[in-house]
Design a binder for this molecule. Structure first.
Ligand SMILES: [Zn+2]
Length: 231
């Protein structure tokens, strides 16, 4: 069941599961979800009391995970503003014209429109369709490489996620955050490799890390780059 407690000004949502166990356990997932596992006979008041006691810890955990989450910098979508594409800075150039178009030209992202309020939409659509193309191009050779582990992703899809760069379903669908199109190619490859490793190991155990290091020895560098660039 789902419920929440109020802690000061903060509302903490949680999921409660009763199970055959002796003590009450609280975990905070990287997605910021709070999961409470309680012995079958625990009164609900007791659960809430325990949660209130642990609230400062829960908030600390959530803030810790939040610090790794992708954040989209606020943009005004006006001429001269800089935007990142595959790790490079481009400046937005808005040109009046009746036939709408958008393309990279030198160090500019050139947008043609006669309606300034359309720029944001045009730029975002352009990022999204490029993300789709680029991610597939980058993933292809990596998928090929992972065939030696007898794994192939069912599909690769793009989905905006508030909390992650990528994820992987139990059925082997790899989900990538389109925001990655702002990062350098190698950062995107790191996320794809990370998710491909999850097709072999579904957790973050040492075996998983060993495999990731084998397939990308300098992954830590790219992970850090990603976190500093987009976080
Ligand atoms: Zn992972």
């Amino acid at each position: 069941m789902r419920s929440f407690i109020q802690f000061g000004s903060k509302k903490i949502d949680f999921r409660l599961e009763y199970s055959d166990r002796k003590t009450l356990g609280i975990t905070v997932t990287p997605e910021l979800d709070v999961l409470v596992k309680a012995p079958v006979d625990t009164p609900f008041d007791k659960v809430k009391e325990k949660l209130r006691k642990k609230a400062p810890w829960i908030i600390r955990q959530q803030n810790f995970f939040l610090s790794f989450h992708p954040k989209i910098p606020t943009r005004k979508f006006i001429g001269g503003e800089t935007h990142l594409y595959l790790g490079r800075q481009y400046r937005l150039k808005i040109i009046e014209g009746t036939i709408e178009s958008i393309k990279l030209k030198g160090q500019f992202i050139e947008v043609v429109t006669n309606n300034k309020s359309r720029v944001k939409q045009l730029v975002n659509d352009w990022y999204f369709s490029n993300a789709k193309k680029k991610f597939h191009i980058l993933a292809m050779p990596l998928i090929e490489k992972f065939k030696k582990y007898k794994v192939v992703p069912e599909s690769i899809v793009l989905r905006e996620m508030r909390t992650r760069w990528g994820s992987c379903t139990p059925k082997g669908k790899i989900i990538l955050n389109p925001i990655l199109i702002h990062a350098p190619k190698t950062c995107i490859e790191y996320v794809i490799i990370h998710e491909l490793c999850h097709l072999v190991y579904h957790d973050h155990t040492q075996k998983f890390l060993d495999l990731q290091t084998k397939e990308m020895p300098d992954w830590e560098k790219w992970k850090l780059k990603l976190e500093t660039l987009l976080a």
